[in-house]
Design a protein around this ligand. Structure first.
Ligand SMILES: C[S@@+](CC[C@H](N)C(=O)[O-])C[C@H]1O[C@@H](n2cnc3c(N)ncnc32)[C@H](O)[C@@H]1O
Length: 352
């Protein structure tokens, strides 16, 4: 055995303690989110008793929760006043659903991952897939809230304008398909921005389509949005000016088949917008904090989802631009380029 370098060991143990804390704290984030603790604390500095009174919770629990949050650096503690507070930056991350930095819903995703762990452990042995629809329902809401932050602040403002001629067409009145739309956050945002266009959301998961219909009602766009349970390879309609796949192409068993169907249903000058998790092409370039989150999600959610479907290509959430381009070329697309990127997303544009 190689000699142990004590300094390296100490550093690594330090990293592991931080990670143990983060893992334990995920459950506390979920509790804070569910009980409205972050949102209440965003109003003003509070003692545990004040926060408990404001949220209808028990002071002793809240005191312990706040102490853990302060140790995590998620809230600030003032030893003089004995009050806890959210700094503006912490409030943007935990308390303001509409902020460009909101991450407060991630506890739902972590809970789903732990609840579904036995299925994934068994799948490691069998090699079989675990479908998106087989996951704990927390995953669907958690995913909606996690992606909403990016979509709300980038989709209409940056991503659509980065596509050739698409905004003009949407303003005039375009026919749009949002394939693998999930809870339809992207569909509703586009429908709000472009009332002259018609939006068709498709997803193979019936519960998600039901949720998407409710979101469209709530967003006031039900009159020009239509949702239908359908797979990416067989959804109906043709002559779409724009077809979108938001964070879902890699979840599909046959992304080449799906993209080929997109190509068939596009108008001759139509655009295929592919939004995927941000990744570089080589594994060694994804060994960073974002890659860590996405490889973990890919192991627990995306790769099993793809393996559950026909072909089971299992691109994984870190496929990268080159591999995604290959998929699109195999499907018959010839003009493919990266239109935009954010730390979380890669935005590709493909045309026939
Ligand atoms: C990570 S979620 C993204 C949902 C949504 N686009 C969003 O960004 O919030 C992946 C979605 O792809 C859907 N999906 C997976 N395979 C599919 C397929 N073959 N056909 C249609 N939808 C599919 C799932 O049901 C799920 O809603």
């Amino acid at each position: 055995m190689q000699a142990v370098n004590q300094e390296k060991l100490d550093r690594f143990l330090g990293t592991m303690i931080v990670d143990m804390g983060a893992a334990m704290t995920a459950a506390l984030v979920l509790i804070g989110d569910r009980l409205g603790l972050y949102k209440a604390l965003a109003a003003e500095p509070m003692t545990p008793g004040e926060l408990a009174a404001r949220t209808g919770t028990a002071e002793r629990y809240v005191r312990e929760w706040l102490s853990a949050q302060a140790a995590a650096g998620y809230v600030r503690y003032d030893a003089e006043t004995r009050r806890f507070a959210l700094d503006p930056e912490q409030a943007l991350v935990f308390a303001d659903e509409d902020s460009p930095a909101f991450l407060g819903g991630f506890g739902d995703i972590v809970q789903a991952v732990f609840r579904d762990e036995p299925k994934i452990t068994a799948a490691f042995k069998s090699g079989k897939g675990v479908g998106w629809h087989e996951h704990d329902r927390c995953l669907f809401c958690g995913t909606e809230r996690f992606f909403r932050t990016s979509y709300k602040h980038h989709l209409v403002q940056e991503w659509l304008p980065a596509l050739e001629g698409v905004v003009e067409s949407l303003k005039r009145g375009a026919k749009v398909a949002d394939v693998g739309c999930g809870h339809g956050i992207s569909t509703a945002l586009m429908a709000q921005a472009y009332p002259n266009s018609t939006f068709h959301g498709f997803d193979y998961h019936p519960a998600s389509i039901e949720a998407a219909r409710q979101r469209a009602e709530a967003a006031g766009v039900a009159d020009h949005t239509h949702y239908e349970v359908a797979s990416a390879k067989t959804y109906p309609g043709e002559g779409y000016d724009l077809v979108c796949c938001f964070d879902c192409l890699h979840d599909m068993g046959d992304p080449v088949g799906a993209a080929a169907h997109v190509r068939e249903t596009l108008a001759p000058d139509g655009t295929f917008l592919i939004v995927e998790p941000f990744a570089r092409d080589r594994l060694e370039d994804n060994l960073n904090p974002i890659g860590r989150v996405y490889y973990a999600a890919s192991t627990m959610i995306c790769t099993p989802a793809s393996l559950d479907q026909e072909v089971g290509l299992a691109l994984g959430a870190q496929a990268g631009e080159a591999r995604l381009g290959e998929v699109l070329r195999q499907a018959g697309f010839t003009r493919i380029h990266k239109a935009a990127e954010t730390p979380f997303n890669l935005i590709l544009e493909a045309r026939r």
